[in-house]
Design a protein around this ligand. Structure first.
Ligand code: ZN
Length: 490
């Protein structure tokens, strides 16, 4: 990601005189400066000389929202700041062109300067939230000042647009406990962050820019662009619109995204979170290395997908499986899940099994017993929290490399069933075409086979998958989850 630009902005230069004017206007308009849900004491109506002291809020801190917990195919496009009048009008035209309803975090000072721009944003159907009054670094200010930076901005936005902000975000997205307290003190529902802050590009090609943006089209994601600082602001909208369309997701305002989202249970409240326990006494552990079920009387095989990918790739796989009414097993690399838990949850909600493929994808035979157990335990916890239930209790060793000692180490912590495969496609190598993948599957698959595929980006698996499924079905195979194929659930 590019570095945050450090150029000053004209607001700071014009700041203090205007602030006085703004405070004056707010004061005279009769709005209670220190009213709202605050507990700082009600101002006496009309008595505006003595400012009551702002005391640090003693209630609960407001939520921090860097992204929203949801497996729905939606995310938010948000903007910080308020660029000049011309830029903002062109931005609104671009958003209209692509049918995107966005959320604008506006600084109160800019709204006071150019209320018509703010009104136009509302008129075009977008949402306005609070970007603080002057976009100062709130983490460096005292509580009273933080409170006022949020409070005055709220007042101005409400007065000029009729919209009442429900969320606040600072210029950089940084916050501390006082910011969270002051937000709650002002009656706001949360401090919004971002899953991607799209900064100025450096020397990326158009294709690199597009792929970078597409990688960040995630379920529940919050994309942020600064309208005062981003030099490619107007080009960003078509690029984001195209990326979202290619992934199959839509942009909705942030308050809707939050309303559609859920609250996740903490790990310790999820049944089975402790099914994996460190166990140094592995010497006598029994294990099963399972690469197929040749004994099955049914003509059935299992499709399995390893590792991790972007929403673009994984959602395509889910759509293909859905189209052919196939349930599969996904062995997830948990450091990927940790960064994008919503996608793991989406796999589960689509009816597939989710299982453990380690946290950091090590070759298990190269680790000490302690390192290995810690890696797998961490993966179990991350995946459990992401999908909000106990995963399917299968572990697949990265690269398939395993020996007697490591199998015992893995079994001893709670994975006696180690999931291997008998059909390899080398689909992880992008030199292998869709046709190569297809041929590898069809030539090797027998009754009870476990087929290894990958959900990595930029390989040919999603291209091969529909044909692979069609050909297997034509041969009479039913495609089942691996746990069902090997009788793990009986
Ligand atoms: Zn792997």
């Amino acid at each position: 990601m590019n570095t945050y630009p450090s150029t000053g902005n004209r607001l700071r230069r014009s700041g203090s005189r205007l602030l006085l004017a703004v405070v004056g206007i707010v004061w005279m308009s009769g709005c209670g400066l220190f009213g709202g849900s605050g507990n700082a004491g009600d101002p006496v109506p009309g008595a505006s000389k003595a400012e009551p002291e702002i005391v640090r809020y003693t209630g609960e801190k407001s939520k921090v929202i860097p992204y929203v917990y949801t497996a729905k195919r939606e995310l938010s496009l948000t903007f910080n700041g308020m660029g000049d009048d011309k830029t903002m009008k062109r931005l609104l035209d671009e958003l209209d062109r692509y049918g995107i309803k966005a959320t604008f975090f506006l600084p109160g000072m800019r709204v006071a300067e150019e209320p018509d721009v703010a009104k136009e944003i509302v008129a075009r159907g977008h949402e306005i939230e609070n970007n603080t009054l002057n976009r100062l670094d709130l983490t460096k200010l005292g509580y009273e000042k933080i409170y006022k930076e949020i409070q005055l901005s709220n007042e101005i936005i409400r007065r000029e647009t009729g919209m009442t902000p429900q969320y606040v975000r600072t210029r950089s997205g940084d916050y501390n406990d006082d910011v969270r307290l002051a937000a709650a003190h002002n009656g706001l529902k949360g401090v919004v962050g971002y899953s991607l802050f799209l900064h100025n590009w450096q020397s990326e090609s158009e294709q690199e820019k597009y792929l970078y943006v597409r990688k960040h089209i995630t379920r529940g994601g919050i994309i942020n662009i600064d309208t005062e600082e981003d030099k490619a602001l107007l080009e960003a909208v078509p690029m984001l619109a195209r990326a979202a369309e290619d992934v199959g997701y839509s942009f909705i305002p942030v308050s809707k995204l939050i309303a559609h989202g859920g609250i996740r249970k903490p790990l310790e409240e999820i049944k089975g979170y402790d099914a994996i326990k460190l166990n140094p006494n592995y010497g006598n552990a029994k294990y099963n290395l399972i690469s197929s079920n040749r004994a099955t009387r049914n003509k059935e095989v299992a499709l399995t997908f390893d590792d991790w990918g972007t929403d673009y790739t994984v959602t395509k796989i889910l759509d293909i499986l859905e189209k052919y009414d196939v349930k599969a097993t996904f062995f997830l690399r948990a450091n990927g899940v940790e960064a994008n838990p919503n996608l793991a949850r989406a796999i589960l909600e689509a009816g597939h099994d989710v299982a453990n493929h380690s946290y950091s994808h090590p070759v298990v035979t190269t680790l000490t017993p302690e390192q290995l157990q810690n890696d797998i335990l961490k993966a179990h916890q991350v995946i459990t929290e992401a999908i909000q239930q106990q995963p399917t209790m299968l572990f697949r060793p990265p690269t398939g490399e395993i020996d007697d000692k490591t199998a015992k180490i893995i079994s001893a912590i709670g994975f006696p069933n180690i999931a291997l495969y008998d059909v390899t496609t080398f689909d992880w190598d992008d030199h292998n075409s869709a046709k190569d993948i297809e041929n590898n599957v069809i030539n090797q698959t027998q009754n009870g086979s476990v087929i290894l595929l990958h959900m990595l980006d930029d390989i040919h698996t999603i291209e091969a998958l529909p044909i692979v499924i069609e050909r297997l079905k034509k041969k009479g195979y039913a495609l089942v989850k691996m746990a069902d194929l090997i009788g793990l659930n009986q």
